[in-house]
Design a protein around this ligand. Structure first.
Ligand code: HZT
Ligand code: MN
Ligand code: MN
Length: 469
């Protein structure tokens, strides 16, 4: 079941590619030249969709060098409505060209398409479902969650940014510079321009979806540096890079793990396999507790040997995947990564972040360390605030982020000062939720892979799939 060559190969290969000239680009010819087959539609972004239960196509070897610089996700050449997705120019390295200048007709690459199975196999060809989907896709992207172009644009930004970041990570870099490398590139490619959708302030047109997680080693999630943090990346660190891109409120939430130290290869492979299992088994009418069981079974079938000691990889039982709603990173459903009795069903129209975490430790996380991540609660009703600093920072949060998560660095760069007391008051009043770093026991290692999927009427689309993971 496991992919022999997968795990951290992509990130490490990318890291090794630092030495190469950064000029090799995907050939535009190939991307839109009409040599597409039906396979290309179904395999979208999924040339690299290794191990998700579909035939692998032999990759054309046009260059001896690994492609770099763009479309890490093997851009799909045809959009869902049959129109060609034509890049009119190639991305630079480092990336500098906004996606809207590369895909000028507004059609962005389709993710990996997976057919529904069993009782839902009829959906693939059902006229009713196709018709429904065509109508949904014509809805206004501002108002409808079903205009998939917004999320595909966010996903292509994610692929291009992560490709660049993975290729440029070096031990000794500060965690702040790593997070900023992600964020600066996201802002450029997704064209953050300070405008809002028709919903007004708090609903930015496009931008960063949530703070860039750069969690290290036994810390599994929700660490990003605050001001003054001097931590640097070590050569034997296990780094989870978890970042989000947002277009018209549609958020792509996807993450990968890298380590320069090969002794963690097997851990990364286990978690990648577990996440791909979750992605593959997800579908309409699937019970989330059953999905958790499938994920756990694959995760815990792995053993990793680190410095002469053998560990069974554990699924971190109190972490989970989740639905994603417009402008809200966690919707109402969770996807456990261990077997549970949760009978909640996945449904048509749901957007899910499928993420799994493996650990060489206890397989359970607790809050540890200073909080960096926050988000305003969706229901903002509250009693009057007494602290002036709380009122002031809440006004900024309402205008700039609405219900999108943010971190202290994002407040700093807006020029906010001395807001910590006010921010803590908002947390105390239940207006803002704090998301502290989540860690397993000291000395263990944790890894994560995550994809965003859409349960479309006719098929499942793994929007964030790339040729890296
Ligand atoms: C919270 C705050 C953020 C959502 C998962 C996650 C990163 O653990 C229901 C299930 C960003 C995301 C989130 F700033 N969380 N995905 N990527 N973190 S979660 C959660 O809080 S809520 C899982
Ligand atoms: Mn994430
Ligand atoms: Mn997530």
């Amino acid at each position: 079941m496991s992919e022999p060559s997968s795990a951290q190969e992509a990130p490490l290969a990318a890291v090794e590619a630092i030495a190469e000239p950064a000029t090799v680009q995907p050939d535009l010819e190939q991307a839109g030249s009409g040599d597409e087959s039906e396979d290309d539609v179904a395999g979208a972004g999924g040339g690299g969709a290794e191990g998700v239960g579909e035939k692998k196509k032999k990759k054309k070897k046009k260059s001896k060098k690994k492609k770099s610089g763009s479309a890490a996700g093997a851009a799909a050449p045809i959009s869902a409505n049959g129109e060609h997705v034509k890049p009119v120019q190639q991305q630079t390295s480092p990336p500098s060209i906004p996606l809207s200048k590369i895909y000028v007709n507004g059609q962005f690459p389709v993710g990996e398409i997976c057919e529904y199975k069993d009782d839902n196999a009829y959906r693939t060809t059902s006229e009713e479902m196709r018709h429904k989907e065509l109508l949904l896709m014509q809805e206004d992207p501002n108002e409808s969650a079903f205009n998939y172009n917004s999320i595909r644009r966010a996903a292509e930004v994610h692929r291009q940014v992560r490709q660049h970041v993975a290729a440029n990570l070096k031990p000794g870099m500060s965690m702040t510079s790593i997070a900023e490398m992600v964020e600066d590139n996201v802002r450029n490619l997704v064209e953050v321009d300070g405008t809002y959708t028709s919903r007004g302030p708090g609903y930015p047109r496009s931008g960063i979806g949530f703070p860039t997680g750069v969690s290290l080693n036994h810390c599994a999630a929700h660490y990003t540096p605050n001001a003054g943090d001097t931590r640097t990346l070590g050569a034997s660190d296990v780094l989870k890079i978890d970042f989000g891109v947002q277009v018209n409120g549609r958020i792509v939430d996807s993450a990968f793990t890298v380590s320069m130290d090969h002794k963690y290869d097997r851990l990364l492979e286990a978690v990648k396999d577990a996440t791909n299992t979750g992605v593959r088994e997800a579908g309409i009418d699937v019970r989330v507790g059953d999905l958790g069981a499938a994920i756990q079974e694959v995760m815990e079938s792995y053993e990793v040997e680190v410095d002469g000691k053998t560990h069974q990889v554990r699924s971190i039982r109190n972490l989970s995947g989740h639905t994603i709603h417009p402008y809200s990173i966690h919707g109402t459903k969770s996807v456990p990564i261990v077997k549970t009795a949760d009978q909640t069903k996945m449904e048509e129209g749901d957007y899910f972040a499928i993420e799994t975490f493996g650990s060489t430790g206890r397989g359970e996380v607790h809050d540890e360390g200073e909080t960096s991540h926050y988000a305003r609660m969706a229901d903002a009703s509250h009693r009057p605030l007494r602290l002036a600093s709380a009122k002031k920072i809440l006004a900024t949060i309402n205008r700039e982020f609405g219900t999108l998560p943010f971190c202290r660095r994002y407040l700093d760069r807006l020029g906010e000062q001395n807001y910590l007391l006010g921010l803590r008051d908002l947390v105390k009043e239940g207006i803002v939720q704090a998301y502290p770093p989540l860690s397993d026991v000291k000395g263990c290692m944790t890894a994560q892979f995550e994809h965003t999927i859409i349960l479309r009427p006719t098929c499942k689309e793994v929007v964030s799939r790339g040729d890296d993971y």
